[in-house]
Design a protein around this ligand. Structure first.
Ligand code: GL7
Length: 837
């Protein structure tokens, strides 16, 4: 408040307030001004990167005005806000999306054109903000877009990693990781050097008796680092509302390095301490659905959670409300268990610093938090060792014990004598050493727990969290099915299709109410419309084919069926089954007579995705894909009938080009393993059909679009445990499916190079219990693929399926998802910012 300008002077400010550029000339003037002054370049020295920088800075000025207004409005209305805590925000590029959201892309296109630049080339200069691994991180980014578009007061809180997810290079068929330093020039971030929070680690806890006789815990003597805020404006689509994403960066508490040490000549150790602090936010852990349990990761979690909570509390305190109103002003969503320490940290602040009673504090905590579970995979469920927690955060360890004790006392009261239940729901696992089950902590500290698709939410209620349903009842465990933002994943990624849909529906309202897509069904029989629809698909395939040619030198025919699987490489996602299927196809084609081959449907199988650097089996899968490509792509018998492509360094901006080009995409995880999947939604929204298992959100997609529009196969989730059991105990081993056996024989014969490379992959199926049930699902997969070939021949009915599918995708907008979170968990209302005339 003391920083605000005195009332009599405010008129002057208002007169001088920054304004938004309105037309082309104003935009151009801003671009040139930024190129010449901010960047100190000129028309003799302005390449595409210069043009990108100028355009980004011009647009950024415009975003900032709306952003400031939004924050002022939210403070003025004093509405309840939601804070989305996520260790990952996989944002991708900003310029194109921001231009479309604020409605200035055409202005910018014309303006840049006259300055000598093609807007597509300018957009292409931007480095992806790749602060995430996969679906979980991209979901957070879609949620930010929907929160802003729907005018909800919602902030994201995360970490400003210096290195995002690594860049993947494929060298001699192997994945090689290269660091992703993305901060060189980043016009989208605003350092807030005035928003700094001290964060402590280690130290000890001391008990102190107060004058009134109560004892207090003092945590002290630890190592302090500083968190500095960096803000990113998040513009909504077709609204003034522009929200904030705040990312924390770490630095030494002193700001500089230790001058005493420096002066004493110990320069190296002074710098080392500085680096130690900076290391906390240096790098994103590159694991998707795998918990590695590293100390630095725990440090990251506490650093981020503590900084965010201090910031949230500071904002709340400005309103001078009593503490019990905190949950009416603040909702905090935990994106997976990564921020679960926030529960403990808020409890600590309330009792140790604000001196609330334990019970009163705990009531506030549990009314504030909601927890989203994103996986049932055992290897992904976070557990922290008790000794590590004790060492790093001694006071938090005490509070976790207290939370557990009071919780277990409540359980014991409700279920007297049930010792087994107590063991099963205890936050502390009696392992060697003991460990903290973070999911249990998150459940106990939240008022709602949600899964991310119907099947997944059912599974968590009946398997991993079933004992908590016994304790808390069913109402606490809800489902909110994931969604994707149609702005980025249709309008931005596939402008031609978006335009055609607008033309048919008489406007672009479907971009804010995706259920309007069902109006397309009226045009289903319109021959010209079908043709236009398929022409756009073809054009998108040409765009991708061109990219493939440029990057791999392999020519693919855009008239072929494009079959795409792009996602993180993981055994449970079963890229190995896809490549085995391709080998089967190859062997089948090779065995045909030339005239028979002519009838085959030409196919391009496209893969993309990163393997976690330490995930050796995933890397072996990549190796096999590239090895098969090397043989198949230059086999003269095969020609255009089959091509196998691995696209290097799959990321958000590549997804925007790849997804609109699919005829078929693969979502073939073992039933019960993929919590939701979100690329399945993106592909269908762009008119591609899916081949998939009865897993994750595939189930609801098929329910919505109709099973004629999808190719499902494989065993169901409820049969999986029994099948695994059979694999484990079967003696003698069951005979392999004969097609799969032929595939393995070909690999072991050396058809794709050194067989030893690939033996572990085969052994995990033939000897290792086939945990992901590749052998059980293979035949059914092959059959589904044959049906794909069969139906693809009739282009007209294919077009009908494609249009029908898109028309029924309205449910999968992340806008619908966010409204459900807002109503069922957060209890927040939209606060629109009045539009500028
Ligand atoms: C994931 C799930 O694996 C994925 O199915 C889901 O779509 C996504 C968003 O809810 O969350 N869980 C997870 O740990 N990661 C995911 O992508 C990394």
């Amino acid at each position: 408040v003391e920083a605000s300008i005195p009332k009599p002077l405010r008129e002057t400010w208002r007169k001088l307030a920054a304004t938004e550029f309105k037309g082309k000339e104003e935009f151009q003037r801003e671009v040139v001004r930024h190129v010449e002054t901010t960047l100190a370049r000129s028309m003799y020295n302005c390449d595409e990167l210069g043009a990108y920088s100028g355009a980004a800075l011009a647009l950024r000025d415009r975003l900032v005005i709306a952003w400031n207004k939004t924050q002022q409005q939210h403070t003025f209305v004093d509405s309840k806000r939601v804070y989305y805590l996520s260790l990952e925000f996989l944002m991708g590029r900003t310029l194109d999306n921001a231009m479309l959201n604020v409605g200035v892309k055409q202005t910018a296109r014309d303006g840049l054109d006259e300055l000598g630049f093609r807007i597509e080339d300018v957009i292409d200069q931007e480095h992806d903000a790749a602060l995430g691994n996969g679906g979980l991180g991209r979901l957070a980014a879609c949620f930010l877009d929907s929160l802003a578009t729907l005018n909800y007061p919602g902030w994201g809180y995360g970490l400003r990693y210096r290195y995002g997810i690594f860049k993947q290079e494929i060298i001699d068929g192997h994945q090689v990781e290269v660091p992703d330093y993305w901060l060189d020039f980043n016009p989208w971030e605003f350092p807030r050097h005035d928003i700094v929070v001290d964060i402590m680690f280690y130290g000890y806890v001391r008990k102190q008796i107060e004058e009134d006789g109560t004892t207090r815990s003092i945590w002290e003597g630890g190592e302090v680092v500083q968190a500095v805020a960096y803000d990113y404006p998040i513009p909504g689509f077709d609204t003034e509302n522009t929200n904030n994403l705040r990312l924390w960066s770490s630095r030494p508490a002193s700001g500089e390095f230790d001058f005493q040490k420096f002066n004493a000549g110990d320069y190296e150790s002074a710098v080392r301490e500085q680096q130690r602090a900076e290391t906390i936010s240096a790098v994103l852990y590159p694991n998707d659905n795998i918990d590695a349990g590293k100390e630095l990761r725990l440090k990251q979690q506490y650093f981020w959670v503590s900084a965010s909570l201090h910031d949230i509390i500071r904002r709340f305190k400005k309103t001078h409300r009593p503490w019990d109103q905190f949950p009416e002003r603040v909702a905090i969503q935990l994106n997976d268990t990564h921020p679960a320490l926030a529960i403990v940290e808020l409890q600590r602040i309330l009792i140790d610093i604000e001196h609330l009673s334990y019970d009163k504090a705990w009531g506030i905590v549990t009314r504030t938090f909601g927890y989203t579970n994103h996986t049932v995979l055992p290897e992904a469920l976070e557990k922290w060792s008790v000794p590590l927690m004790q060492h790093l955060l001694p006071r938090h360890m005490q509070i976790i014990y207290d939370i557990n004790l009071f919780f277990l006392q409540g359980v014991e009261k409700k279920f007297p004598g049930d010792r087994e239940l107590l063991m099963k729901v205890s936050i502390i696992e009696e392992s060697q050493p003991q460990s903290i089950r973070m999911a249990f902590l998150a459940i106990i500290g939240s008022h709602k727990v949600n899964g991310v698709a119907e099947l997944h939410s059912d599974l968590i209620r009946t398997t991993i969290f079933k004992d908590f349903v016994t304790v808390f009842g069913t109402d606490k465990f809800i489902n909110i099915t994931n969604g994707v933002t149609p702005r980025r994943w249709l309008h931005q990624a596939n402008p031609k299709l978006s335009d055609l849909i607008s033309e048919k529906l008489g406007g672009d309202s479907f971009l804010k109410d995706l259920t309007l897509l069902d109006g397309l069904l009226e045009h289903l029989d319109d021959k010209q419309f079908r043709k236009d629809w398929m022409d756009i698909k073809y054009a998108n395939k040409v765009r991708l084919a061109k990219y493939i040619k440029e990057t791999t030198q392999i020519a693919v025919n855009p008239a072929s069926l494009f079959d795409i699987q792009v996602k993180r490489i993981h055994e449970y996602k079963r890229q190995q089954m896809n490549i085995f299927g391709i080998i089967h196809r190859y062997l089948t084609l090779k065995a045909m007579k030339p005239e028979q081959r002519k009838k085959a449907v030409p196919r391009v199988s496209i893969f993309g995705g990163k393997a976690a650097p330490g995930y050796w089996m995933a890397k072996t899968i990549i190796r096999l894909i590239t090895a098969v490509g090397d043989v198949v792509n230059c086999d003269k018998d095969i020609g255009d009938l089959l091509k196998v492509i691995f696209i290097e360094d799959y990321n958000v901006s590549k997804a925007e080009m790849i997804i609109p080009a699919s005829d078929i995409s693969e979502h073939i995880s073992t039933a019960g393993t993929e919590a939701s999947g979100t690329s399945n939604m993106k592909f269908v929204l762009n008119g591609g059909l899916i081949i998939g298992t009865v897993d994750g959100a595939n189930v609801e997609i098929v329910e919505q679009i109709g099973d004629e529009q999808a190719f499902t196969f494989g065993h169901l989730a409820h049969s999986v445990p029994e099948l695994r059991h059979q694999h484990h105990f079967a003696k003698p081993k069951p005979v392999l499916d004969k097609c799969l056996k032929a595939v393995f024989d070909a690999i072991l014969k050396g058809t794709f190079g050194t067989p030893e490379l690939f033996e572990p992959l085969i052994n995990s199926i033939t000897e290792g219990g086939d945990y992901y049930l590749v052998s059980d699902d293979f035949q059914s997969y092959i059959d589904a693929q044959s049906l794909v070939d069969e139906l693809y021949v009739d282009k007209d009915s294919w077009a009908e399926r494609s249009i029908t599918a898109v028309a029924k995708m309205g449910f999968f907008s992340s806008d619908r998802t966010i409204v459900e979170y807002a109503e069922q968990i957060w209890n927040i209302e939209p606060v629109p910012v009045p539009r500028q005339k």
